[in-house]
Design a protein around this ligand. Structure first.
Ligand SMILES: *Cc1c(COP(=O)(O)O)cnc(C)c1O
Length: 609
């Protein structure tokens, strides 16, 4: 894996220069420069960096490809898109999406009442709001209020019940009726690990019979003029384009049939989201089998073909891809707090006058290690440490012997890795499992990479500096939660190698990429670690600027967000300390202010300098 697969997953957003990861735009600042500028302000925990220029690029790409395909295919409808808020609802992200989308009239999609309120309050004027998901009468009324307030809104119904409620509200109030879309249930199924949205047994959508019934209801209630859209969504992170093509044929024919049945206002096909993002650091594991170019041209071509065959005018095409738009915009940067094997520094070796024979032998191996014998001695060392640990369990060697043995074995491993660093045998990869270094990061996997925990979704990870040196340590990454699932293990078939850094002398930062979609919204406060500090970074030809600093919740805020009274907490802490004995008033006051400092900080560790 050369350069951590950067060419594979970074879409040219990042590059390596002078051993550092830089942004591949304008003044090319390095992630290290940005990180250092932020840490100067006494920030110690993990940080999220948002890059609005990457969002802009994605939105531009989406429109560019579809508009090009429309031209190429002489297609008569236009292309429209909305951003699904469930992918990331954080304020500075939404603002960046809205700003970047203004010139395209890029809209928002809402899947809940809260998201609908968010959309109504943040949408660019004139841009489209679509509403999906299950709705009650209140949510439907909210859509009427949105229409009344001047928004261009389409309420997509997931079932006949919702349509009946729309009819009810339209009768009860004089508010403007929103446009109505119908989510169709397709027999063509989705693909990829998130494919639960398509298929006959899907959670969402109306069957053919229900669609006919819905059209009848609309006609009877004089609402056919509001029926403007049909919608489907076959699932996220589509790895294969063929189910999309099957779905388009099916939905396209449903559209054409409905037009022929008199749905005169129908003018949009909404093909949902699902465009995939490349998360793979491994060049030989391609995640999806299509490009945006192929995708857009297939969509436009197929729809045109179906409509032409039935003599129906071309519909406008809507998409709701969210992952594709924002996954790449943010980077999570975490300091490394510890390399566990540095507890085995050779300086700590404390050999006795006379040592157990196996310890003596390890010492001999260590001294005689050379590139010629490295692998052989490595095998011997691994063999010996197993025997020595057994001897310890049986009481034959003492703790000091065991400590010496562990130190020697670790140093033999380390040295032999250096000596064999130009060999790439499978055997060495397997040995790395034994020799892996554990890197403790100041972050929570549950909070910041929940899809790794829940779906084994890998995110590209690499150091942001030291890249002029070859990384030699097979690495596993441990987070600071006290949960054993908070670990990204070493995988011999997709090995991650990191640098051997003396953290007493210098810092080491790892970055996780493509974390901008879903991770923040899904992040869990396991162990009460909360959303990290975040910053928006704008880059120009001179340098970069940092804005929109949002600090991670402090300890008191975290506790009160789950229902504790911060006043009661503070009072209890202060009372207990005040009534304690054996320290002077002065010391008490100093301790009290220390306590206050701590609880008004976030819960991440502050160990690195
Ligand atoms: C989740 C969702 C999307 C977004 O999917 P991505 O994979 O992020 O593109 C779009 N439309 C609907 C209806 C959704 O539920």
């Amino acid at each position: 894996m050369k350069n951590y697969g950067l060419e594979n997953w970074s879409e040219n957003n990042f590059a390596i220069r002078d051993g550092k990861v830089i942004l591949n735009t304008k003044s090319n600042p390095s992630l290290l420069q940005i990180t250092n500028a932020i840490r100067k302000k006494d920030v110690r925990g993990p940080i999220i960096l948002r890059f609005p220029h990457i969002i802009k690029k994605q939105i531009q790409n989406l429109y560019k490809h579809f508009n090009y395909s429309i031209q190429e295919n002489n297609y008569k409808g236009s292309f429209k898109a909305v951003f699904p808020l469930k992918v990331n609802q954080f304020p500075h992200l939404v603002q960046a999406v809205v700003d970047a989308g203004r010139e395209f009239n890029y809209g928002l999609e809402a899947g809940s009442k809260a998201e609908l309120i968010l959309a109504m309050s943040h949408i660019n004027s004139g841009a489209h709001i679509t509403v999906n998901g299950f709705k009650d009468k209140e949510m439907i009324t909210l859509a009427f209020i949105a229409a009344q307030s001047g928004h261009n809104i389409t309420l997509t119904i997931e079932g006949l019940g919702e349509l009946k409620t729309i009819i009810e509200v339209s009768k009860e109030s004089k508010l403007i009726v929103p446009n109505i879309g119908i989510r169709v249930r397709l027999h063509a199924t989705g693909s990829g690990s998130w494919a639960k949205s398509g298929g006959m047994d899907a959670k969402f959508g109306l069957t053919a019979t229900e669609i006919l019934e819905a059209t009848k209801l609309l006609k009877e209630n004089v609402l056919l003029d509001k029926f403007t859209m049909i919608h489907f969504h076959i699932g996220s992170q589509m790895d294969d384009i063929s189910p999309m093509k099957r779905s388009l044929r099916e939905a396209g024919n449903i559209y054409a049939e409905l037009k022929m049945l008199g749905a005169f206002a129908l003018s949009n096909i909404n093909i949902g989201g699902g465009l995939a993002v490349n998360y793979s650091q491994n060049s030989n594991s391609v995640m999806h089998n299509y490009t945006l170019k192929e995708f857009s041209s297939s969509v436009v071509f197929l729809l045109g073909e179906i409509m032409n065959a039935k003599g129906i005018s071309h519909p406008d095409i809507f998409t709701e891809s969210g992952r594709y738009i924002v996954a790449s915009h943010s980077v999570l940067i975490t300091p490394v707090l510890e390399l566990f094997s540095q507890d085995y520094h050779a300086d700590l070796l404390d050999l006795k006058e006379i040592n157990p024979p196996l310890v003596e032998e390890l010492h001999e191996l260590y001294k005689a290690l050379s590139s010629k014998n490295a692998i052989e001695y490595l095998h011997d060392a691994i063999d010996h440490i197993e025997s020595l640990l057994t001897l310890f369990d049986l009481g034959y060697i003492d703790l000091r012997d065991r400590s010496n043995a562990e130190i020697l074995v670790h140093n033999i491993m380390k040295k032999s890795l250096l000596l064999t660093s130009n060999l790439h045998t499978n055997e060495l990869k397997q040995l790395q499992v034994h020799m892996q270094e554990r890197y403790l990061i100041n972050a929570s996997i549950f909070q910041s990479l929940p899809d790794y925990w829940g779906l084994e979704q890998n995110f590209p990870v690499m150091p942001i500096h030291h890249l002029e040196q070859k990384p030699l340590r097979g690495a596993s990454i441990w987070d600071i939660t006290c949960d054993s699932d908070g670990e990204i293990g070493f995988n011999p078939s997709a090995p991650l190698y990191l640098h051997d850094i003396d953290l007493k002398k210098e810092e080491y930062f790892l970055a996780f990429f493509n974390t901008g979609a879903y991770q923040e919204a899904l992040g869990m406060a396991h162990n009460l670690f909360t959303h990290p500090n975040e910053y928006t970074i704008e880059i120009d030809n001179q340098g970069f600027s940092i804005s929109n600093e949002e600090e991670s919740k402090n300890i008191l805020e975290i506790l009160s967000s789950i229902g504790y009274s911060s006043q009661k907490l503070l009072k209890k802490l202060k009372e207990d300390l005040s009534s304690s004995k054996f320290i002077t008033e002065k010391e008490k006051n100093a301790t009290l202010s220390k306590l206050e400092t701590y609880i008004y900080q976030n819960g991440y560790l502050r160990t690195t300098s």
